[in-house]
Design a binder for this molecule. Structure first.
Ligand SMILES: *Cc1c(COP(=O)(O)O)cnc(C)c1O
Length: 495
């Protein structure tokens, strides 16, 4: 399986290279040359398979060069989860919740970031690459911690995380500031997630920076969903969920299932699109946004316009105006015309905006529906669901739940729908307390305990221990100083 760049059809690399590099030299994203297919029989057989086996199977379709090792990798990665890695909860006759937050950091990023370090180490070994890997992460809160946990202590890798200093929840901040390990560094950055992501992407394409870190024996890579190795583990849970519904008798083979995905950088929902292209009977992919509704407008009108007010919301992991992974979908919409995608991306950079053609919009709308939920709706949805069924959800999941309601009202489509639940309610504890009418608490531990008391959900020890831990990383830098921070880290490490 070869990979091409979204912006240059002449680029062609192996899967191992795509994982190690993270981003193509000219700034494009790696995508598979074609979509591998999965047969109906293979999907049906997954109903009896454990999650690591399903993941091994799906990832192996894209990274066959790692096939011998994948079983070991997926076993190790998903052993770090608490019980069933991706359980599916039935809320009512045709509404299901896919819980993606039973990993070490309690957000869905764990599903990919517990596996990515193994994929990276394996890929380097296949390529015979001796350089150390310096992973730069821009995070809206959850990727940072999950990458730190995934890569801490992994030989031959170092991780530097940039988070928007005022754009993450207190608990997310605590998780990152207290991270252990000798190969990690974390800093706040002034600005929002888009600023952090732009800073990191600029470093990746900076030839001087690349040459400089090479002198120290390093190469850059990415743990953000711009890295295909981050995306591919996410495809597996669409299959596992469909198979679980088959196994549970909720659907018959061939029945379509819709998925409603709380979206920011568009990686999670794109993984669902890839699953569909591989043969999974997916109906509509419902793209749920918060007030930063740039994706809603795009799916409705075909105009992507990031020039708009940026809102800080109670679902900070979705406070994003530049959704990087949309670039991979654009390539499919315009029949793999890389020059066209490069043109759109240039326009986005220069004017903050691009408009796709009528035909492309039609294709987009055939697979996707988009809507957004405002802050009041999010709050009301958490409260309503908790009152009615005792099910407690976090703010990001609530965005999706609220959007699903709108979708059903507007379309009267009663196809079974799976809502992707992307974080534990404990990660956004004060917003959740507030929504269910409990007092919020400035003291994080008090807040966690209060939510535990109000709900039946067990409080994970890895969160309740945070307030007592030493804060190792407390710096905040100007976004213009991100490259300097990278150099300083490397120089420190090389002393
Ligand atoms: C990252 C994240 C999202 C958005 O996922 P994308 O792949 O960026 O679209 C949604 N919810 C939570 C809790 C997240 O951490």
């Amino acid at each position: 399986m070869k990979f091409i760049s979204t912006r240059d059809s002449k680029v062609k690399v192996s899967g191992a290279e795509a994982v190690v590099k993270g981003l193509s030299d000219e700034g494009g994203l790696f995508v598979p040359e074609s979509f591998p297919t999965v047969s109906p029989e293979e999907i049906a057989a997954m109903a009896d398979m454990e999650y690591p086996r399903i993941s091994e199977f799906v990832v192996g379709k894209y990274l066959p060069e790692l096939k011998d090792k994948l079983g070991e990798y997926t076993d190790k990665a998903y052993a770090r989860f608490d019980g069933e890695p991706v359980p599916v909860v039935k809320l009512d006759e045709n509404t299901f919740v896919m819980e993606l937050w039973h990993g070490p950091t309690h957000a869905f990023k764990d599903v990919a970031l517990t596996l990515l370090p193994h994929l990276l180490v394996g890929s380097k070994s296949v390529l015979g690459a001796n350089e150390k890997t310096l992973i730069l992460v821009a995070t809206s809160g959850d990727t940072g911690k999950a990458a730190l946990e995934g890569f801490a202590g992994v030989d031959g890798t170092d991780v530097i995380v940039f988070y928007p200093s005022e754009g993450v929840s207190n608990l997310q901040k605590l998780q990152m500031m207290t991270q252990r390990g000798d190969n990690v560094f974390v800093t706040g950055i002034t600005g929002n997630f888009d600023d952090a992501q732009n800073a990191v992407k600029a470093i990746f394409t900076d030839e001087t920076a690349k040459a400089k870190i090479k002198e120290y024996g390093y190469e850059f890579s990415s743990a953000n969903s711009i890295n295909f190795g981050r995306l591919v583990p996410q495809i597996a849970y669409y299959f596992s969920t469909y198979a679980a519904m088959l196994g549970g008798g909720e659907i018959k083979y061939g029945d379509k299932v819709n998925f409603c995905v709380p979206s920011g950088n568009f990686g999670d929902i794109l993984a669902g699109y890839y699953a569909k292209r591989m043969g999974l009977p997916v109906g509509k992919l419902i793209c749920a946004s918060n007030c930063n509704n740039v994706l809603t407008d795009f799916i409705e009108t075909g105009v992507y316009d990031k020039v708009r007010e940026f809102h800080k919301t109670t679902s900070p992991s979705m406070d994003i105006l530049i959704s990087s992974n949309l670039e991979r979908l654009l390539l499919e919409l315009c029949n793999r015309d890389c020059e066209r995608v490069a043109g759109y991306m240039a326009a986005l950079k220069e004017t903050g905006k691009y408009t796709i053609s009528e035909a492309e919009l039609e294709k987009l709308q055939a697979d996707f529906y988009g809507a957004f939920a405002g802050e009041d709706e999010v709050k009301a949805t958490i409260a309503e669901c908790f009152d009615e069924s005792g099910y407690i959800m976090d703010t990001h999941t609530a965005v999706a739940m609220a959007v699903l309601e709108k979708y059903r009202e507007e379309t009267e489509d009663d196809t079974p729908c799976v809502v992707l639940s992307t974080a534990s309610p404990y990660k956004f504890v004060n917003s959740v307390l507030d929504a269910i009418g409990e007092k919020t608490e400035d003291d994080e531990l008090k807040a966690l305990k209060s939510l535990e008391k109000a709900t039946a959900l067990p409080l994970p020890e890895s969160l309740s221990c945070l307030p007592a831990m030493e804060k190792r990383f407390t710096s905040v830098i100007d976004k213009a100083d991100s490259l300097k921070t990278v150099y300083e880290y490397i120089e420190r490490k090389s002393r």
